[in-house]
Design a protein around this ligand. Structure first.
Ligand code: URA
Length: 432
């Protein structure tokens, strides 16, 4: 078999066979990056059908280990977002659903480009360790019911390689590549059911509902092929999900939600996904019943207690829950004022880039993060903005970075003279 023939086949919009797809994955570490990059671009432009996507998922899954969670009792449920801005749902729903009795094993990723990553957020908690072995993770779930950690090196190494390459070759935005990347990792984690959050809008990889729906259906179908219950929600990413963008800031917002001090879009999406996790895990029989359980465990403090247990178990300082000054503090703060009007939209990807520019994200793989950096928004789509108060506040260790991020951020906000409706946050759901 020959790599060039396979590239030419995809360039000519032909279907790849099982042996060709497995050959390509086997060539990782043997064939040069440029051949993979060329094939990835051909897939991006010409697509893959459902069979090819399922085979690519299987080939990537087989490139590494599959975690054995059989020691943990109960139905294990995982959740995954396709990536967005101020998307802090994991930090709310992992401890909250665990506090209702669901065993939660969550392998998360780092932020890259304009999207944030749960591991970076957790590492903003002093001492928090995301690098656990499989045995440590299983023990923690048996002890306290929840773990949120990084992927072990042996899990889907093929995805690790291809994702890094896609990120620097303009080939992230492809439904078969995203579906196979996410589903291979989710299947490798070995949970029984998966809840997916497919982001849709200006801050997501899928910019419109049709594409988001296609991606959701693709992933639900892959789940069906291997007998896993997969439910996919399509949620709005036309503005940052929470009001806080940036690692420490997002952790604080999740804590405030678990304390019962904040509601809003982040709350709605977290509890919507969390309800489905409880239903998929057999803890509740309907989404309404599950929603009530989650709300109850916010008001009685059990969700927050579970977060505290998780922070302690993973070496973090639990005192941050009551004293936010224990987080790293930024050196500079700037209030951002705009002209008044109704907030009509955001270029949310640019908001994510502004936050990364402040130091909250990476522009290259191993770049250190400024955990205190980020943006707090005081207005959302549909709000009437009063120009005498700051529209947003920026935090960073560098004044120069604040100045360059300010321009990106200001250009990202759209204001209108006429009233604007608040957008829906959960746009749809796909399940078979
Ligand atoms: N998240 C992933 O894990 N993979 C993708 O391709 C996109 C988002």
């Amino acid at each position: 078999m020959n790599f060039i023939d396979i590239i030419l086949k995809k360039k000519n919009k032909e279907e790849l066979t099982e042996s060709e797809i497995f050959y390509v994955i086997d060539q990782i570490g043997k064939a040069p990056d440029y051949q993979f990059a060329s094939l990835l671009m051909a897939i991006c432009l010409n697509g893959m059908n459902k069979t090819e996507t399922a085979l690519l998922t299987e080939a990537m899954l087989m490139s590494g280990d599959i975690i054995d969670l059989s020691e943990i009792e109960g139905i294990k449920v995982d959740k995954h977002s396709t990536g967005g801005v101020a998307d802090t749902t994991t930090l709310v729903l992992a401890p909250l659903t665990a506090s209702c009795g669901l065993p939660v094993v969550k392998m998360s990723g780092r932020g890259l480009g304009h999207t944030g990553g749960t591991l970076d957020k957790l590492e903003s908690i002093p001492g928090f360790n995301v690098s656990l072995t499989q045995a440590q993770a299983v023990k923690q779930v048996k002890d306290i019911g929840v773990v949120v950690m990084g992927q072990t090196g042996k899990l889907c190494p093929a995805d690790g390689y291809l994702y890094k390459l896609r990120d620097v070759t303009g080939t992230v935005q492809s439904i078969p590549l995203i579906a196979s990347s996410i589903m291979s990792k989710k299947i490798a984690v070995g949970t029984d059911a998966i809840v997916l959050d497919v982001k849709c809008g200006s801050g997501a990889f899928m910019k419109n509902v049709d594409d988001a729906l296609e991606l959701a259906e693709e992933m639900v179908d892959i789940g069906g092929l291997i007998n896993k219950k997969v439910t996919a929600f399509i949620t709005n990413m036309d503005q940052p999900l929470g009001n806080n963008v940036g690692n420490t800031l997002e952790v604080i917002e999740a804590i405030e939600i678990l304390k019962g001090n904040e509601k809003g879009d982040l709350y709605e999406v977290s509890l919507g996904l969390g309800s489905q996790m409880l239903v998929s895990g057999g803890i509740a029989s309907t989404n309404d019943e599950a929603y009530d359980m989650l709300e109850k465990n916010i008001s009685n403090g059990k969700g927050l207690e579970k977060l505290e247990e998780m922070i302690k178990a993973q070496g973090g300082d639990p005192d941050v829950l009551n004293d936010y000054s224990l987080f790293k503090q930024p050196k500079f703060t700037k209030e951002i004022y705009l002209q008044g009007g109704y907030v009509s939209g955001f270029d949310t990807e640019a908001v994510g880039r502004a936050s990364a520019e402040l130091g909250a994200g990476r522009t290259s793989y191993d770049m250190p993060i400024d955990y205190s950096a980020g943006i707090v928004l005081n207005a959302r789509i549909g709000d009437k903005y009063d120009p005498s108060v700051p529209f947003a506040v920026m935090y960073s260790d560098s004044e120069d970075k604040i100045n360059s991020a300010e321009k990106i951020f200001k250009d990202s906000v759209r204001l209108s003279d006429t009233p604007v409706e608040k957008p829906k946050v959960i746009l749809g759901m796909v399940a078979r």
